[in-house]
Every structure is written in structure tokens, then in C-alpha cells.
Ligand binder design. Structure first.
Ligand SMILES: Cc1cc2nc3c(=O)[nH]c(=O)nc-3n(C[C@H](O)[C@H](O)[C@H](O)COP(=O)(O)O)c2cc1C
Length: 222
């Protein structure tokens, strides 16, 4: 059982968000997972240029660190996203990572995986940003087990309490991967989304050749 944590703060070891991401990973380890932490700011992930090559071939034309981190995500059973609130959204490197996964969304490539998100903020938006990251995981096909958002500008001790909650969430993540929790409502959302993308891919069969092949290989073509 593998869990990867992706933290997107430029503040390295001083990152508040990193404390939460690490707490989730510690909880996941306590329940038997092997974990890895990736500092997104150490990677070079370019902006998607909307060329559409990934839809056709499954390959990106940009040569940078995306392929490596995406492979790590595909090899993981659980994915933890960590980001501070930057102007009511995620920092640019996290958004760059998301934008590189349009093909993965069409193909619902995180199907069968579990995830969760953590966000720290100075004063506001922590729930919205964590919820946004969870939404991205769901859109990719993963099932989310929860999120932690905490504003610490005027209440620094709140981070300590959030760390404890993050630790519990990590344990839940591992237990979910083991099948100890079920998420029938999310299963239904995934079923509907896959049906929608299946139709999209069928309609664009020529342009989205790789995606058509993927749906056939997965036995999802209807
Ligand atoms: C560029 C920038 C934008 C920010 N935008 C917001 C914001 O919109 N709302 C907020 O409450 N805090 C905002 N903050 C504060 C951070 O979210 C907060 O300090 C966070 O805990 C930093 O996390 P880190 O230590 O993991 O980097 C911003 C900080 C920076 C540097």
C-alpha cells in the first residue's frame, strides 16, 4: 500500500501546510502504508499549452518533471494534496500540475485510488481551497476520504489541533485503501462521470485516439 503526499509551498521545511501533509502521511504509515513526500516547488512543471497531443497519443510534448510525478501518482494507492491558500486558490505549481492532467481526467486515470487534501491559510478560504483540491481528485476518478482546512493567522495553535485531525485522516486513508470504508455516493458520481467522458471520447474518436483505446482496454467503452 503506497501513499504519496504532494506539498505545494515555496517555504520548504518551514511550510505550515507541510506539517499537515506530513501528519496525514504519518497516520497513513501507522496503518501500514509506505509513504513518499514530494515537494512540488523542487520540480519543474511547465504550463499546459493546450496542444491536444496527450488526447491523441497519451504523451505530453513538454519535457520536464511531469512524467515522473504522474508516474508516482499512478503507482500510488493514495494521494495527499497539500497547498496553502494563495488568493483563494492553490499556488501556481499545483495548478500547473492539475492542468497537465486533462487527458488523465478524460480517462479517469485515478479510478480505484483514494485521496484527501490539506490547506492552511492566513485568515480565510482554507475550506474552499482544500475542497477544490479534493474536487480535482474526484474529477480524476479518485475517491476522497476527507479534507483539513485551517486558518492560522490569528490562531496559530489551531495548526496543532489540525495536525491531530490530519493524522486521523491519514489513518482513514489507509483503511479506505484496505476497503474498510465504503463510499457508495462517490461510486455513483464516478460511474456517471465515466459514462459522460466515454461519450465525449467516442464523439471525438479520431482526435482522441489514445483515449478511445484506453476506454476499450479498460473495458469501459459503451
Ligand atoms: C502569495 C500569497 C497569497 C496568499 N493568499 C492568501 C489568501 O488569499 N487568503 C489567506 O487567508 N491567506 C493567504 N496567504 C497566506 C497563506 O495561505 C498562509 O500563510 C499559509 O499558511 C502559508 O502556508 P505555507 O507555510 O505552507 O507556505 C497568502 C500567502 C501568500 C504568500
Amino acid at each position: 500500500m503506497k501513499v504519496i503526499g504532494i506539498n505545494a509551498s515555496p517555504r520548504g521545511r518551514d511550510s505550515n501546510t507541510l506539517r499537515l501533509t506530513n501528519a496525514v502521511l504519518a497516520g497513513a504509515r501507522e496503518e501500514g502504508a509506505e509513504t513518499e513526500l514530494v515537494d512540488l516547488y523542487k520540480l519543474d512543471i511547465g504550463y499546459c499549452n493546450a496542444c491536444g497531443t496527450c488526447y491523441a497519443t497519451g504523451e505530453c510534448t513538454l519535457i520536464d518533471d511531469f512524467a515522473e510525478i504522474f508516474e508516482k501518482m499512478m503507482n500510488a494507492d493514495g494521494i495527499v494534496l497539500g497547498a496553502p491558500n494563495y488568493i483563494d486558490s492553490v499556488p501556481a505549481p499545483m495548478k500547473a500540475l492539475f492542468d497537465r492532467m486533462a487527458d488523465a481526467i478524460h480517462c479517469q486515470m485515478l479510478t480505484g485510488k483514494f485521496g484527501c487534501s490539506v490547506c492552511t491559510a492566513g485568515g480565510s478560504g482554507e475550506h474552499e481551497v482544500a475542497g477544490y483540491m479534493n474536487n480535482v481528485l474526484t474529477t480524476l476518478g479518485a475517491t476522497v476520504v476527507g479534507y483539513i482546512g485551517v486558518a492560522i493567522g490569528r490562531d496559530p495553535p489551531a495548526l496543532g489541533k489540525a495536525e491531530k485531525d490530519a493524522h486521523e485522516m491519514g489513518k482513514k486513508l489507509s483503511r479506505s485503501i484496505r476497503g474498510e470504508h465504503t463510499y457508495p455516493e462517490q461510486d455513483e458520481i464516478h460511474r456517471q462521470r465515466r459514462e459522460y467522458f466515454c461519450q465525449l471520447v467516442k464523439y471525438n474518436k479520431e482526435k482522441f485516439a489514445h483515449e478511445y483505446e484506453w476506454y476499450e482496454q479498460m473495458g469501459w467503452m459503451k
